[in-house]
Design a protein around this ligand. Structure first.
Ligand SMILES: O=C([O-])[C@@H](O)[C@@H](O)[C@H](O)[C@@H](O)C(=O)[O-]
Ligand SMILES: [Mg+2]
Length: 424
């Protein structure tokens, strides 16, 4: 039976975010997302979640206007219409990628397509009474491991009271943060967002974490903040301590130079972010682990194409995250469950979000032993909480943020801050 798209609603929302530091600045008090609802003539609805930056919202709305009448089973046609909408708008593809000042060359069309594809898969699953993981080939694991994602952070936003997480500006602060996160969620792997302090301080922090958590695989990700020479020095210092080093420097050529000397695998969600980057990365042996992310790789099925390509060329697979809500966590979990070679614990910003700040009906997703059990109900297995959606939309309108701008926010208190890479 056909399920024809009758309506597509796009609702920007904002949720509270702590002052998490990264190499381009600090998170603002609110993170933005776009909630996509696809409604069919058969009375079903499907959900997608994406970036909430103004340019991206415009692209989502332009594409959404072209999807009426398409059968949700025809995701190729949806992809064709999304590409057409961008081409007709003569969109340069610049901006709106929700990653602040991070280098990104991901495909605009894939970023726009992703939430519509996820929403269509949600509807397909609901139509036949099967979980999205079944549409992706079936879950090969019934729970998906995530890592504890540590950030250096201020005690609170400037001018506000300290938040419940407290400050983390040195090794002791990070060990305390990790202990709380591991105790609360049961995580069995730990990632530190670096690129904030000089490399020696971050090496000391990783060593402190290794001492406190000897059985937890560790990762460090400075988002390309280091030169090739600095990257090699850090890699040598952390030999035997890190399971992988993520984006020490920028670009495929730079990563290739580091990879030749690095004792541990290099991972990336910055140098290889679109299909066109795979060939040069493989030819130069620049990276050993790709962090997939369905939000910019074009949805769940294109992420599985990425997984197959990685398998073919002997690359390993992990998963990247930005600040996100429950629809994304559900989609990430179905994808990871149905991707056999996604064997690393996935990233998630989830612990940084207040439990009350979400658009899904509570209870569908939970962490047990650092993992999320894969939802088994039809579709994504999560339902929209319309009151919560309205509340987070009001928050979006009131917060005054329309583009993620970690650098601009940091400069309010540190006017001379220069995030140009390499910083060290
Ligand atoms: O949330 C952040 O500040 C992260 O730095 C994020 O923007 C990155 O995209 C990401 O987590 C990463 O792994 O590079
Ligand atoms: Mg990264």
């Amino acid at each position: 039976m056909a399920h024809l798209i009758q309506d597509v609603r796009i609702t920007p929302v904002a949720f509270r975010d702590p002052p998490l530091l990264n190499t381009v600045g600090v998170h603002e008090p609110f993170a933005l997302r776009a909630i996509v609802e696809v409604v069919t003539d058969s009375g079903l609805y499907g959900l997608g979640e994406s970036y909430g930056d103004a340019k991206h919202l415009t692209r989502l709305r332009t594409a959404a206007a072209e999807l009426t009448g398409v059968d949700v089973w025809h995701t190729q046609e949806i992809a064709r219409r999304v590409r057409g909408s961008l081409a007709r708008g003569q969109d340069s593809g610049a901006g709106g990628h929700g990653m602040s000042g991070m280098v990104t060359g991901s495909s605009t069309a894939d970023r726009v397509l992703s939430p519509f594809e996820v929403a269509c898969l949600d509807i397909q699953g609901k139509a036949i009474g099967r979980p999205v993981s079944d549409l992706l080939g079936g879950a090969v694991r019934d729970r998906v491991d995530y890592s504890a994602y540590l950030f250096y952070k201020w005690a609170g936003h400037p001018g506000a009271e300290p938040d419940e997480h407290g400050a983390a500006l040195d090794p002791d602060g990070l060990v305390t943060q990790a202990r709380r996160m591991v105790d609360e969620y049961g995580f069995t792997a730990i990632k530190l967002k670096g690129g904030v302090f000089p490399p020696d301080e971050e090496i000391a922090a990783v060593q402190a974490l290794a001492k406190e958590f000897p059985d937890h695989p560790l990762r460090l990700d400075p988002n390309g903040a280091w030169s090739v020479a600095t990257s090699i020095t850090v890699a040598e210092e952390l030999d035997g301590v890190l399971e992988y080093l993520e984006d020490p420097t920028t670009g495929i050529a730079g990563m290739a130079r580091v990879a030749r000397e690095s004792p541990m695998p290099l991972a990336t969600n910055m140098a290889v972010v679109a299909f066109e980057h795979l060939r040069p990365a493989v030819e130069e042996d620049a990276v050993q682990v790709i962090l997939s992310d369905h939000h910019f790789w074009g949805g769940l099925r294109r992420s599985q194409s990425l997984a197959n390509t990685c398998d073919t060329f002997g690359l390993s697979l992990s998963m990247h995250s930005n600040s996100h809500l429950g629809i994304s966590l559900a989609a990430m979990t179905h994808l990871a469950a149905a991707t056999p070679n996604l064997t690393y614990a996935c990233d998630t910003h989830w612990p940084w979000k207040a439990a009350a700040d979400d658009v899904i009906v509570p209870g569908a997703l939970r962490f047990e032993g650092g993992a999320v059990p894969v939802p088994t109900g039809p579709g994504l297995g999560v339902e929209l909480d319309r009151d919560a959606l309205a509340r987070l939309h009001e928050q979006f309108l009131a917060c005054g943020i329309t583009e993620r701008d970690d650098t601009g926010y940091y400069r309010r208190t540190h006017p001379d801050f220069d995030p140009t890479a390499p910083r060290w």
